[in-house]
Write a protein that binds this ligand. Sequence first.
Ligand SMILES: [Zn+2]
Length: 272
Amino acid sequence: MTEWKSGDRVTFDSTTYCGECHYCKQGLVNLCGNRQVIGVSCEDYRRHGAFAERVVIPHFGVCSIPDEVSFEQAALAEPVSIALHGVSRLPISGGETGVVVGTGMIGLFLVQALKAAGCGYVFAIDLAEDKLALARELGADQTFVPGKDDIVGAVKDATDGEGAHVSVEAVGVADTVGLAIEVLRKGGATCLVGNLAPEINFPLQSVVTRELSVLGSCASAGEYSLALEAVASGKIKVDPIISAVADLKDGASWFDRLRNNTEGLLKVVLQP
Ligand SMILES: [Zn+2]
């Protein structure tokens, strides 16, 4: 759909880009040097907007919301697109064993995205038991708590002693990146999505001698429509990730609650 009319149910890809550079021409719009992200305040790609009753957006970012998808569900297209993009970086053709390290909001979408991409068996790892319960509800076949379970041993036991084909890291500190690498079989691939720490110790010899692929994934590159389709078809469930739907006027206090997050909140949707 290219012509829009008043009343159409739409959402928008928060990434804006130039459409002219060599990255954009290859579809790698997340790598565009002129990228901006609507509603995000990092200096590099700040573009104000989004928490408002009206917002101006480029026409090429507008996406139609399928009838089956509510506005609240559509509000989660952004994190779903990040998970779809991360998984798209990995070599998955069907039947692989996958591991997700960190089952916060993005990790819970990664579990579902790995399954949707064809992984036959998915392990999920987190310190929080309640998030692992949610991961199982959303398709994880087996879950582990670091420091409590022998994770690498258990993954090997379940994979004829080989280890997983692919893993995705959604935290971004040394221990969890190390885990995402150690659970892999020789020749396996990990995609790093989390990046809490700017630098970490890195298990260089384990990667080199086992010929692993280590891939980075940043934001998304046009996966919004795919995300909305996945939500519409039920391949990716977003309702369990929405902790609350609140009025925009109460937004500031919800930001405080999320910042302090002692309640295990995942995503809060604000209604203008
Ligand atoms: Zn560009």
